[in-house]
Design a protein around this ligand. Structure first.
Ligand SMILES: [Zn+2]
Length: 248
């Protein structure tokens, strides 16, 4: 179980060569792993797993965690019945942000959504090569349901990424890094996350694009997400640009 932090003399610390510490979740001993192959991390002594939901830390997890204060990262969350897991990020207002790289079963997703509520998923869309192509096609060939803010009815076909991440009870945001997308032929020029939403009263997925920066600000201080808007001007080609959206 690779983790970024352990407690050294009661203080949260990143791995340093030869350091020993204890796990923030289970209090058991951890050793710092500081090799050249992998990012420096902490690991339980003797390959112990104290949270079977935990994903090994990657650069992608680190990049996201780096957006938030240290005290918000890797926070143990304990249910009334004593069940405990480690939230990737837990904000000051109690929102849990789960950073998900690998596919998980529907059963586990439902469990985690019930356990951490309120929570949002941030999914690494670049984990599998085919996902990016399928998502890009789905967006490019989508119908524009609404232009302000932009909602698209994606051409999902039987793309796995939509099957795996159809929203259930909690918001799902797809992160394709710096990959560029076009909507109605127009490039989206700011870094975005794609939000998957359910069309009210249906099980149909619609997608919206929010700026990555506004998502981070939303997590940091509750400020509104900025949705991409499509402008239709009869004299001009359709333009897409970010604009403030008032409601979450
Ligand atoms: Zn532990």
């Amino acid at each position: 179980m690779k983790m970024r932090y352990a407690l050294v003399n009661g203080v949260r610390q990143e791995a340093q060569p030869k350091l020993r510490g204890v796990c923030v979740n289970c209090d058991r001993e951890m050793v710092a792993k500081c090799g050249q192959q992998r990012i420096w991390h902490w690991s339980h002594l003797g390959k112990l797993e104290c949270d079977h939901w935990w994903e090994p830390e990657t650069e992608w997890h680190r990049m996201w965690k780096d957006q938030f204060p240290k005290e918000w990262q890797e926070v143990p969350h304990i249910a009334a019945d004593g069940e405990r897991h480690i939230a990737d990020v837990k904000t000051g207002t109690g929102w849990v942000i789960e950073l998900q790289l690998s596919p998980i079963s529907l059963e586990e997703r439902v469990s985690r959504e019930g356990f951490y509520r309120p929570m949002v998923w941030v999914v690494d869309g670049l984990r599998y090569k085919r996902d990016l192509g399928a998502f890009r096609r789905a967006v490019t060939e989508a119908l524009i349901v609404k232009d302000n803010p932009l909602y698209l009815d994606p051409f999902t076909g039987d793309a796995g990424i939509f099957q795996r991440w159809t929203p259930r009870q909690c918001p799902v945001f797809m992160d394709f890094g710096d990959e560029k997308f076009h909507v109605a032929g127009f490039p989206l020029n700011v870094p975005i996350l794609w939000q998957l939403l359910l069309r009210p009263g249906t099980r149909t997925t619609v997608v919206a694009a929010v700026t990555r920066e506004s998502f981070i600000q939303f997590c940091l201080n509750g400020s509104p997400l900025q949705n991409i808007v499509v402008m239709r001007d009869p004299q001009q080609p359709i333009r897409a640009y970010p604009r403030l959206r008032r409601r979450y």
